[in-house]
Write a protein that binds this ligand. Structure first.
Ligand code: AHR
Length: 619
């Protein structure tokens, strides 16, 4: 074969091609990136989130000596109506101390000798006299590593805070709150953060996890989900509501804990302000995704005449991120501590909401954002590639309205990724660009990572058509797994990257800016060592209707030609095995025309090995 190597300046700079995707599944936020160490800090866990949950989930009664104590949950005159449940500790016999302890995540609280932990809570006395309480970090055996005394006053809810310096390193510690006297005390928003968060931010991120993400040098971060975005009721006041970004900003106490669609409670302590801040801190462009007024899981649909508040959410989000401090939402951002704009460039509407209800609603969002903020790049959704005609509708809708990008997702075998290295070769530069918002091969082995690396080269080579890509999901707490594979795995004190992580990091750290074009004349099957047991020609249209004319197979050694004439590939056929043949030493030629479709077609040699694995050549 003749190999031609051609070094050229990349015409389409790779831009923001490789980024990351954050979704709070597998406890990626609470019990993960979000550095809060207390589980169920505001006593809002509810059987609606998870049938094992209740308001005291994660908490245990503490009775020392001959102590007697009753723990109850109240909602009368809460600190925040948005998170109405709070704990009442009623000590009838103090013994050597009585109260509660929190179990934290995984095996407990991971504390380090000499490190500072910041405690805070809201407290009020329920007995008419000030109530003292002791806050301690203890080992499982009751050995105290740090302690301090605070008080619940008689003037209603007051914030109590203090620093704890651990005298020991332990990954199974407990946070223990006890009263040394008889009395009644109410507590809420019981919180413990390491002082040493990423960038030292309050309400910040766990340092080890954040650093792993920063090290990747991602160009963007998609957040807050995934299915988490659109799964829920249409009423933003519901704890079961779809993800509404306005519920996630402002004081954490006023952010209503919600039912996370992944079967656990989500505190929203990691909210949109923190996401934007985190993106800035790691040098990634923020890429928020908002629901499009349609829950495809439960077929909840916002009537068209009630869509305006949802559209307004999108417009207000752009103002929150980019508006001046004088604007309404820019002012809220500034008061939260970030005066300068966050420089939002992208906004996603919808996640896999393939279905006519979405395609009917998307144009309203699109037009409103385009009109008010023409500089913002709007991302539509085509959903999973496997959705067939629904996926096509997503692309059609995006093309019709001129979305800048289209979000498409797939999870497949490593073989699929190897075979689809050329998937985007036929995508056209003038169409909306692909936002490959979720992809992964099934597994976290070296082989998976290798297959993904091969595929990512195909993404780089097709930067004309592929604008953005991010692996999914990103984070998994090993004890709370909803989905695998995942890029990074952690527990309460360790994190490790899968091979897939290192491939992603490699591509982000060394994102190319020049293209080295290498091609061979004719087709060549790469890397085949075993003799195939059967081979043939395959015509494939990506759900397109294609006419292949004058398909001719020529034996390059003997010059012998076999003609297959014309072949009309119907849309529903996807692909056809045209003829069995030895794949070696043949040249195939034809003329082809796409009659209906938008993704092109290919023609290639395929073969099957003894284990029934199919492979194919460059198409
Ligand atoms: O990445 C996990 C899930 O897969 C996402 O929430 C969803 O968008 C997709 O179906």
């Amino acid at each position: 074969k003749k190999i031609i190597v051609n070094m050229q300046e990349e015409k389409e700079p790779l831009g923001d091609l490789f980024g990351i995707f954050f979704e709070d599944l597998n406890h990626a936020a609470d019990g993960g990136l979000y550095a809060e160490m207390v589980q169920n800090r505001s006593f809002e866990f509810d059987p609606m989130d998870n049938k094992e949950y209740h308001s005291l989930y994660g908490w245990e009664k503490v009775k020392r000596g001959n102590a007697e104590v009753i723990l109850s949950i109240d909602t009368l005159e809460p600190y925040s109506e948005k998170n109405p449940h709070y704990l009442v500790i009623d000590v009838t016999k103090p013994g050597k101390g009585a109260g509660v302890l929190n179990l934290g995540y995984n095996s407990g609280f991971a504390v380090k000798e000499g490190e500072v932990y910041l405690f805070s809570c809201y407290a009020k006395s329920m007995s008419g006299k000030p109530e003292e309480f002791r806050v301690a970090l203890e080992g499982k055996d009751g050995c105290e590593y740090a302690g301090l005394i605070l008080q619940g006053g008689t003037a209603g809810w007051e914030k109590q805070e203090g620093r704890l310096v651990s005298s020991k390193t332990d990954t199974s510690a407990r946070l223990v709150l006890t009263m040394p006297q008889k009395g009644r005390l109410a507590l809420d928003f019981v919180s413990l953060f390491p002082e040493d968060t990423f960038m030292g931010r309050r309400n910040g991120m766990r340092k080890d996890i954040a650093l792993k993400l920063k090290d990747m040098k991602p160009k963007f971060m998609r957040f807050p989900g995934g299915c988490l975005v659109h799964d829920g009721s249409l009423n933003p006041e519901d704890r079961n509501s779809m993800y509404r970004w306005k519920n996630t900003i402002g004081p954490v106490e006023e952010r209503p804990a919600r039912r996370n669609s992944w079967g656990y409670n989500q505190s929203l302590g990691l909210g949109f302000f923190e996401y934007f801040q985190f993106c800035e801190d790691i040098g990634a462009k923020p890429l928020p995704v908002l629901p499009g007024g349609y829950d495809p899981h439960h077929q909840r649909i916002v009537p068209l005449n009630e869509l305006q508040p949802w559209i307004q959410d999108a417009l207000d989000l752009i103002e929150f991120a980019n508006g001046t401090p004088e604007s309404e939402w820019g002012g809220i951002r500034a008061r939260m501590g970030h005066e300068a704009p966050f420089g939002l460039e992208y906004i996603g509407i919808g996640n896999e909401e393939v279905g006519d209800a979405f395609f009917e609603r998307y144009p309203f969002f699109h037009r409103a954002v385009r009109e008010k903020y023409p500089e913002i790049k709007i991302i539509g959704t085509a959903g999973p590639f496997s959705a067939g005609s629904e996926y096509e509708k997503g692309w059609k809708c995006a093309k019709e309205y001129g979305s800048d990008l289209v979000d498409e997702h797939y999870y497949h075998t490593p073989e699929w990724f190897l075979a689809n290295h050329h998937r985007y070769d036929n995508f056209r530069a003038q169409d909306p660009k692909v936002f490959l918002g979720e992809y992964a091969s099934w597994g976290n082995t070296w082989y998976n990572a290798l297959a993904e690396a091969s595929f990512m080269l195909g993404l780089e080579r097709n930067a004309k058509a592929v604008g953005l890509a991010c692996y999914a999901p990103m984070l998994a707490n090993v004890d709370y797994v909803n989905w695998k594979p995942d890029m990074l795995w952690f527990d309460n004190h360790r994190i490790y990257g899968s091979p897939d992580y290192y491939v992603q990091k490699l591509f982000m750290n060394h994102q190319g800016s020049r293209r080295l074009e290498i091609y061979t004349e004719g087709l060549e099957a790469p890397g085949i060592e075993e003799e195939p047991i059967c081979g043939g020609i395959r015509l494939q249209g990506y759900h397109s209707e294609v006419i292949f004319r004058d398909v001719v197979l020529e034996n390059s050694k003997t010059g012998e030609k076999v003609s297959f004439g014309d072949y009309h590939l119907k849309k529903e056929e996807a692909s056809v095995w045209l003829a069995d043949t030895e794949w070696k030493d043949y040249t195939i030629s034809c003329r082809a025309e796409e009659l209906d479709g938008f993704q092109g077609f290919q023609i290639f040699f395929g073969w099957q090995d003894e284990d029934n694995n199919y492979s194919w050549t460059v198409g």
